[in-house]
Ligand binder design. Sequence first.
Ligand SMILES: [Zn+2]
Length: 112
Amino acid sequence: MSRWDWMAVRAYLPAVFALVVAFVSSLVLSRWQASPYLAPLASSLGWVPYAALAAGGVHGLWVTVRLWRAQYGVGLLCECGGLLGAERRGRWGDLIRTCRACGRHWKSGSYR
Ligand SMILES: [Zn+2]
């Protein structure tokens, strides 16, 4: 796989994680329904699989739109064309974004 493929895989990982949480939580909650002690807890946590499914779907759609826009050179992109990650504090306290393809760090406001 090329580094562009790995960049896409890394971008989709949170969505995949949310879908796994939705699947596992639905299995666990259905088993808890059979227990007389855990049934009230399971009924009060019944929203968790739906929330995780919605979060995974929204994040997957957002990543798809970002990758689609990156094909045309639009969006928060590195010079190499890779997607820039979320803004975070760098080593010297300034705000930076990291390219998901090449790993280069960009100071806030210095990217396209
Ligand atoms: Zn880059």
